[in-house]
Each structure stands twice: as C-alpha cells, then as structure tokens.
Design a binder for this molecule. Sequence first.
Ligand SMILES: [Zn+2]
Length: 178
Amino acid sequence: MDVVNEAVVLAEEMTSNFYKYSTSQWRRSRYDIRTLKDLVAEEITDHAFAQILRYVAPPVEIEGDISMRGLDYYKICLQDHVILGALERDPTLALFPLVLYVVTHELVHVVRFSRFERSFDAFPTQRREEEVLVHRITSEILREVPIDGVKRVSDAYQEALLIEGVLLDKLTDAASQS
Ligand SMILES: [Zn+2]
C-alpha cells in the first residue's frame, strides 16, 4: 500500500503540473482513488487495471430553489488483482511505475470529464479515440519522470491498446448514488 500511495501522490503532482492546476482547482474535481478492499461488486472488473465510476449527486434544494445541481464525484477503482496478475506475467513490469501510469491515466480522464472536454457517455468509437488520446497525454506527462520502468509501462500499455482496444479500462456508465 505504501508503494501505491507514493505512486498516487506523484501521479497527482505530475497531472496537476501538466494542466497547470492549482490545488484548489484540483480538489474541486472531487475524486477518490480506491483499491479493491474498498470496492463493491459492480466496481470490480477482471478486464482492466482500473475503472472510473461517476456518481452524480442529486440536485440540491436551497430555499425552494432546486436548480442547484450537486457536483459529480468520480471514483477511480484500482483493480489490485489485475495489476498483480500483470506483474506476475511480465517480470519487466514493476508495481510503482505501473500504478503511476494507471493512476495518471485515470486522472487525465477525470480532468477531461470535469472540463467537459469529453462526455462520460461517449459512443464506443469515440471512447476508443479518447483512449488513444488519453494514453498519448499520459505518456507525455510521465516522459520526464526519472523512474525506471515508466517507459516500459507506457510501451506495454500502447501495445496492449492495439490488442485490447477499450477494454484496458472500462468506463462504466454513470451510476446514480441513492
Ligand atoms: Zn482510459
């Protein structure tokens, strides 16, 4: 868990630097990063390193005015078993760079969703284009990180993308929190 936490901190720092986000802007995005132990059944998948769920807050009623819409909340769900499985299969991958890459990738999705650059409910063909673009941005963000293995993960991701398409991280449609 220490390795995961360190990777998350660096991923947040690199991503907010890249987008020139101040800390307050970044916090406004409202997301959480959780590992398997904190996930419920529908947040777990065997086909991706991570997936994002968007929980849409219900409209807030303030003095009879219900036009105020609640903020969306994004839950980045890391799939421990898929990540560990990949590390077992491919000895050239390491935990820190893999988690760094996966979390940075998911944060890029969150930034783009929250800036409305991308709709969360894109068509499959658009999702694929979005995946390709997010991979490119992620590689760019992490290009200067002086950590062994980041380039290797980036390359592995690109190769896998060609084979698996959008299965790399499934974007689950918005689920309402009740
Ligand atoms: Zn993605």
